[in-house]
Design a protein around this ligand. Structure first.
Ligand SMILES: Cc1cc2nc3c(=O)[nH]c(=O)nc-3n(C[C@H](O)[C@H](O)[C@H](O)COP(=O)(O)OP(=O)(O)OC[C@H]3O[C@@H](n4cnc5c(N)ncnc54)[C@H](O)[C@@H]3O)c2cc1C
Length: 338
């Protein structure tokens, strides 16, 4: 049995109190929301904070507000996000495919956005990692995926981040010295260790989605259709004019680098066009060319790169109005294999 290391537990009642504790305790403290990622990581000794600052008892983090867009408190659980009527489609589809119902009842949207990066050589117990002299991400000096690499290439595995990037969402980060708002895209860095631009004393307090009549969708590749981390995520949000011409487009990829990111070239290319088969094929080639998966997660690396083109096509065809339900079922039934 893997046991948790000892830690002190703090339970603040407001964001201000949590920020004060975090600033006072310094790097030995970590935030905990649902704990569905952090506690298994602590059991495997990936993270060994001396102090856990719980966000569970902070009512401000549970708020939802509607105006010209929608604002979600970061402490809403994934199940709660699914129960909110105005949750945009791409976010709903991404959230519904995270883990299992039990984990979605505990896991939060904020925790999902701050999820640790993953790698075959890292997501192992302490003894396994020790047997290979650890790895660059934790306790070692070598990246076993790319041995010449000075940078850790662990992969971003959050499902909601690409969906939120496509939806042009931003996050609010609150620290003891104030608050700032940045696009979700800017929350991430392409570094498996320092994967967030969040400062250590900051709490991700809210997620803001400007609703601008976008039609959106999220397509996820994973080994098991029942539950599994993504090994490819394609999110697309499009705004159409009355003549079905694309006025605004945002395409984002997840799980193919250490950060989720906006595919700028394809997003720009789609603007002003109708979704003909030729336009879809051209956009898919642009999207797939940006997918650079590494050999550090499930399924064959080259196959995962190849299917990025297919998945982008499924997303665009669905937004064109094609009936893609049979393809979604095939993916859920694991009929695609690499
Ligand atoms: C079996 C299993 C399957 C899973 N499958 C998936 C999957 O398919 N897709 C997926 O995306 N995830 C998956 N997860 C991971 C996890 O369950 C979810 O990502 C969940 O949303 C994490 O949220 P949490 O509140 O539990 O985060 P926690 O575990 O509490 O925290 C995660 C990290 O975020 C930080 N953090 C939490 N809240 C904040 C905040 N408000 N501000 C700043 N930092 C914060 C913590 O310090 C920690 O570093 C899976 C987990 C398990 C155990």
């Amino acid at each position: 049995m893997m046991r948790l290391p000892w830690f002190d537990y703090r339970a603040p009642r407001s964001i201000a109190e949590a920020a004060k504790i975090l600033a006072g305790e310094g790097p030995q403290a970590m935030l905990i929301a649902g704990g569905t990622d952090l506690l298994p990581n602590m059991k495997r000794r990936h993270q060994t904070p001396k102090v856990l600052v719980s966000l569970k008892g902070i009512p401000e983090l549970k708020k939802v507000s509607n105006g010209s867009g929608i604002v979600f408190g970061s402490g809403l659980t994934l199940s709660e996000i699914l129960n909110i009527e105005k949750t945009p489609t791409a976010l709903r589809q991404a959230t519904a495919q995270i883990a299992t119902a039990h984990l979605r009842n505990m896991g939060t949207l904020g925790g999902n956005l701050c999820l640790d990066t993953r790698c075959t050589y890292y997501n192992q117990n302490y003894e396994w990692r020790k047997a290979i002299d650890f790895c660059l991400k934790k306790d070692g000096a070598t990246c076993w995926v790319a041995t010449a690499s000075k940078r850790c290439v662990a992969v971003s595995s959050t499902d909601t981040a690409p969906a939120l990037i496509a939806l042009n969402a931003s996050v609010v980060l609150t620290g003891s010295s104030g608050e700032r708002e940045i696009p979700v895209d800017a929350l991430y860095r392409n570094d498996g260790i320092e994967y967030l631009s969040r400062r250590p004393d900051e709490i991700l307090t809210a997620i803001k989605i400007p609703q601008k009549n976008f039609k959106s969708t999220y397509w996820k590749l994973r080994r098991r259709g029942s539950f599994d981390f993504p090994i490819l995520g394609v999110a697309v949000a499009l705004r159409f004019s009355s003549g079905n011409i694309i006025q605004d487009a945002r395409v984002a990829l997840g799980a193919v680098a250490s950060r989720p990111f906006l595919v700028e070239k394809a997003s720009e290319y789609l603007k002003g066009k109708a979704l003909s088969d030729d336009v879809i094929a051209e956009a898919c080639a642009m999207i797939a060319s940006r997918a650079k998966p590494m050999d550090n997660t499930d399924m064959d690396l080259y196959w995962r790169k190849e299917v990025a083109d297919d998945f982008a096509g499924y997303a665009l065809r669905e937004l064109r109005g094609d009936d893609m339900r049979a393809m979604r079922m095939r993916i859920a039934r694991q009929e695609l294999t690499g």
